[in-house]
Design a protein around this ligand. Structure first.
Ligand code: FES
Ligand code: FES
Length: 156
């Protein structure tokens, strides 16, 4: 039987009827049509489905929607301010840190979660923060450089 839950996604309130086995990733993509959250493995291995849940990055394929009832969720759709890219998004573009783009929403949200808590991370801290996000294309170095550049730009 479906249960009514409330989610605050990108500062907008939604009431949604969800099945007990429905994941947060499914609700975001299928009920709210927020397709920026990618589903790669569905078992917590790839990080493509990363969103920020009550301030922490999570694999939304591993969170049941009912567990997120009442929570604040940030997805990639809420990161830019209108037409202005977030400094992280701009740095990914400027540093060529995107190839196919499948990992990018999750990467950006893991990095944003890091910079929200630690505005001046070391390379080690950046690599640790994105260690749950797999990228088949870039070799990671440009992503690390982009996160570092964004942290510097955000200090200006
Ligand atoms: S789809 Fe969630 S970790 Fe891969
Ligand atoms: S850019 Fe293709 S998986 Fe990362």
């Amino acid at each position: 039987m479906k249960q009514l839950i409330t989610l605050f996604v990108n500062n907008k309130e939604y009431e949604i009827a969800v099945a007990p086995n429905e994941t947060l990733a499914q609700v975001l993509r299928e009920d709210l049509n927020l397709l920026g959250t990618k589903e790669g493995c569905g078992i917590g291995d790839c990080g493509a489905c990363t969103v920020i849940l009550d301030g922490r990055p999570v694999n939304s394929c591993l969170v049941l929607a009912v567990q997120a009832n009442g929570s604040q969720v940030s997805t990639i759709e809420g990161v830019a301010e209108g037409q202005t890219l977030h400094p992280l998004q701009q740095a990914f573009v400027d540093h060529g840190a995107i190839q196919c783009g499948f990992c990018t929403p999750g990467m950006v949200l893991s990095a944003k979660s890091l910079l929200d808590k630690n505005p001046d991370p070391s390379e080690y801290e950046i690599r640790e923060a994105i260690s749950g996000n797999l990228c088949r294309c870039t070799g990671y170095q440009k992503i690390v450089e982009a996160v570092k550049a964004a942290s510097e730009n955000m200090k200006k």
